[in-house]
Design a binder for this molecule. Sequence first.
Ligand code: KIV
Ligand code: ZN
Length: 515
Amino acid sequence: MNKRKITIFDTTLRDGEQSPGASLTIQEKLIVARQLARLGVDVIEAGFPIASDGDFEAVKLIAKNIKGPSICGLARANYKDIDRCWNAVKYSNKPRIHTFIATSKVHRDSKLHKSKEEVIAMAIKAIKRAKSYCNDVEFSPEDAARTSLDYMCDVVKAAINAGATVINIPDTVGYSEPKEFGERIKYLFEQVPEAKDIIISVHCHNDLGNAVANSLAAVKNGALQVEGCINGIGERAGNASLEEVVMNLVTRNDYFNVEIGIDTKELYKSSKLVSDLTGISIQRNKAIVGENAFAHEAGIHQHGVLSNKETYEIMTPESVGWKGTNIVIGKHSGKHAVAALLDEEGYSCTPEQTTQITAKVKELADKQKSVERDDVIAIIRDLVLEESEEEQRIQLVDFAVTTGSNFMPTASVKLMVDGEMKIEAGIGDGPIDAVSDAVWKIVDSSYKLEDYHLKAITGGTDALADVSIKLSDGKGNLFSGRAVNEDVIKASVLSIIKGINRAYNFKTKKHPQMG
Ligand code: KIV
Ligand code: ZN
């Protein structure tokens, strides 16, 4: 029997990036999109173009530069969202518009204040508008998993008749149980025969920890597209973890009997890159990509694995791209070695960027005996991933610190905030505390530093300081920032400012679930 092809739809850059603290700059999004293309995903949902100018520009840039996957943008069911979305995705040779409207009773009554008929009419109008721009139109009845089965089928039927080529069934709040969700998909195929002529997709959130299981149950019942995010990031408890969905389909192909176009050897690299850029770390025991996923610590396991790997290993670390590296970077390393290292880490750079990075590596190698991978990654962050101007609402202009064994550390900080120069003085227990005191006085004082982590890259007194911070906005949202500099205090201020910029961008961005 012919294997069904399952379309892998990645929404790391849209739903994943929607989670507080995960926000990425335009350049970072492009780097992630390149890696997703190498991974072989079929569709990249690159953003929600109406949400902010930054989102619009990111979707446009990805549509222009990434070949291979379809490039999709999200739009609510109204002309303004759809027109904006089209103006961003139209640069792709495979554009897709994804439009959605909520269908569950609670969303209709409390958020939209619309009747069942009005919601269907809005969906039809939106799909027709999207179809006037491109053939590939995806429609989602938001909160489908809590929508009555018969009404969900009526909406899907109307959406297919209006021209939708993909119907996505989301479990928006992660409420479903796997068997129940599988049966919902089965029922849909029984009640709407037209569903067999298009692609039925699923999009599961992980509030009860069922996102991957629900997605797989849907595949078993006929779904042909699965949506998810690398490392399972996303709103609240996140989305279905793409690497887990993929490795289930591959490792248990005897059970699923489907085909996918993913190069699984790119999974580990993709996971590391997303974690690195979003600042959202991966739990050690996370399936597929966690640090312990392939560690066999217990003696009995080690013995078994040494005599026959299959005793405890159902997939090999190599199959997901776990490997040590042999590339050593030194004073004499050229562009090729640097390019190979960047490539291994998932950062695909242009030749000009590689030349720039190589020059910096040589400069650093002159100062330090050896240059390590983390140094090179730090250089990339500074050179390639600099935030674009419109995303940097706050910029560091200058700072000065006075400290000593018998002085209270004091600092003065000059920042440019939305084009206006601001200066403040601060005191603290140490120089970094004093500098952050001055920063909080300039920006929103409800922000609080929750975590500060300093790593000296490559030992020695001339080492680069790599500072990661997490700050909270007083509303339960956490934002991360990271910066590298030869000066530890400067790296600290810059990382705090990056965190604040992320918090500001999150605050000003529209979020799809807000109606
Ligand atoms: O979770 C959800 O319902 C969504 C839709 C916009 C598809 O993300
Ligand atoms: Zn979602």
